[in-house]
Design a protein around this ligand. Structure first.
Ligand SMILES: Nc1ncnc2c1ncn2[C@@H]1O[C@H](COP(=O)(O)OP(=O)(O)OP(=O)(O)O)[C@@H](O)[C@H]1O
Ligand SMILES: [Mg+2]
Length: 246
């Protein structure tokens, strides 16, 4: 179903969270089934989640619980079997692939465990690239300002292979926040880093969240990282429950 831009920004209801802040991200009985040979796996099992604008939630859970699949559904990278994802009250399942791509580029940022920088571009070019795609202008200056925000003002001309893991993840954060996303999804963003570096990366992420008002959804195996979120969830066998878990 095609929608115009105005529709993309409209809300189907005046939704707000328990704290009164507007709801940024919502799932309603979100379900993802996958075929595995003769069996059907329920990887995401009727999840109802509500996250307010500017809120940070963490999701822990065992390997195979469905955490990465849930993030992919939240970003519109994967399509649910049933249920819906709403961003600012707007269900995304009706959007075309092109509209979903635009939504991701403009409104959803990603950070992964493996930093996924482009190795043939410098740090500054990695951050500038999505800004150029958006065509918002002054992309070079904005990329340099973002590198400054993450403490890498002097390293813009370095290639990823010349940077430490923590530095590469800072570049990835600058890139992810470049479009000032409504939502930032992190899939084990500190998973490849030592504890101290991981904590520093989380500091940077929280500072950027405060600056841009982005909503954060962080998947992590690390209880210390999870505990820094405003709310903690545990995912087991496709189901999401509030709490600290084991
Ligand atoms: N394309 C696919 N086809 C079949 N099964 C899949 C596919 N993608 C994921 N799965 C299965 O779905 C389940 C959930 O996978 P997912 O990657 O979401 O788990 P996860 O919680 O992110 O795990 P980890 O902590 O190891 O990253 C797993 O059992 C996985 O094998
Ligand atoms: Mg995963």
């Amino acid at each position: 179903m095609a929608r115009d831009d105005g529709d993309l920004l409209s809300r189907d209801q005046a939704a707000s969270s328990a704290t009164g802040a507007p709801l940024r991200l919502e799932t309603r009985r979100l379900r993802r089934e996958l075929r595995s040979g003769e069996r059907t796996l329920v990887v995401v099992n009727d999840i109802d989640l509500q996250v307010a604008a500017g809120e940070c939630v963490s999701i822990r859970g065992p390997s195979g619980a469905g955490k990465s699949t849930l993030l992919a559904l939240l970003a519109g990278l994967d399509r649910p079997t049933a249920g819906s994802v709403l961003i600012d009250g707007q269900p995304i399942e009706g959007l075309s692939e092109d509209e979903l791509a635009l939504l991701r580029r403009e409104k959803v940022g990603f950070v992964f465990q493996s930093f996924q920088l482009l190795g043939n571009l410098t740090a500054r070019e990695n951050v500038q690239y999505p800004l150029d795609l958006l065509g918002r202008g002054r992309s070079r200056q904005r990329a340099e300002a973002l590198l400054d925000d993450v403490g890498l003002a002097e390293r813009g001309h370095h290639y990823p292979s010349q940077l430490s893991g923590g530095e590469q993840q800072r570049v990835a954060l600058a890139r992810a926040f470049a479009a000032e996303p409504l939502i930032l999804l992190g899939d084990e963003p500190t998973g490849n880093l030592d504890t101290v570096t991981g904590a520093a990366i989380l500091d940077v992420m929280m500072a950027l969240r405060d600056r841009f008002g982005s909503t954060l959804v962080l998947v992590t195996h690390d209880p210390a990282v999870a505990a820094r979120a405003d709310r903690e969830f545990v995912m087991v066998d496709g189901r999401l429950a509030a709490g600290r878990g084991p």
